[in-house]
Design a protein around this ligand. Structure first.
Ligand code: SAM
Length: 188
């Protein structure tokens, strides 16, 4: 469905969000996004830990580099992506259900490029206005990690769960087994 997906994580706070923002980036990569942009406080540790994962396990879904970068001004990032034709989805418990939003997105055939915004503590009102769709994964407060994983799964209609779905072109890969653990060096 969507060919190019970027995740924008707003308002990263140190040390509070170290772990959760890293998990947002890991989910982004594993579930089909090709880049991760974050705002708030610069965190070299976050960037390095994602780069280390990519070093061993590969870049993104199509084997291209998974990029991680910091941007000071998230509103200008959103405007820039909008200008270059990205559909802007903002994940918020106040939004409309992802099921109904995806119906509309399909009808209007906005398919190619997608920016998904996840918040932290307080999301500026302008984000709600700039977003093409404010989307909820239930209207209950929970986690940005869970919200992003479910959103990416619904958007890609479960493709990321298929064993043959994506080729990350890592140095190593897992051979799925019913019992035990099998990791091999990648030949492809
Ligand atoms: N009051 C926030 C809100 O607007 O959803 C909850 C803050 S939560 C700690 C941080 C982020 O997780 C939110 O900005 C949103 O991106 C995501 N999130 C949490 N619950 C969500 C839900 N039910 N649906 C969609 N996204 C959610």
């Amino acid at each position: 469905m969507f060919m190019e997906i970027t995740i924008l994580r707003l308002g990263h706070r140190l040390p509070r969000d170290e772990r959760i923002s890293t998990h947002v980036a890991l989910v982004a990569r594993a579930f089909g996004a090709s880049s991760f942009v974050y705002s708030g406080q610069i965190d070299h540790g976050l960037e390095e830990s994602i780069e280390r994962i990519c070093e061993s396990w590969g870049g993104s879904v199509n084997g291209s580099l998974f990029s991680v970068c910091y941007e000071k001004n998230p509103l200008s990032v959103i405007k820039k992506f909008k200008k270059s034709g990205f559909v802007i989805l903002h994940l918020t418990m106040y939004g409309v259900s992802i099921t109904s939003a995806l119906e509309k997105i399909k009808i209007s055939k906005e398919k190619e490029k997608l920016l998904i915004i996840v918040g932290s503590e307080k999301v500026p009102g302008e984000v709600y206005q700039l977003a093409d769709y404010n989307i909820s994964i239930t209207n209950q407060p929970h986690s940005e990690v869970a919200a992003l994983a479910i959103a990416l799964d619904r958007i890609q209609e479960g493709k990321e769960l298929s064993e043959k779905g994506f080729d990350f072109k890592g140095k190593i890969k897992i051979v799925p087994t019913e019992k035990g653990k099998k990791i091999v060096e990648n030949q492809s």
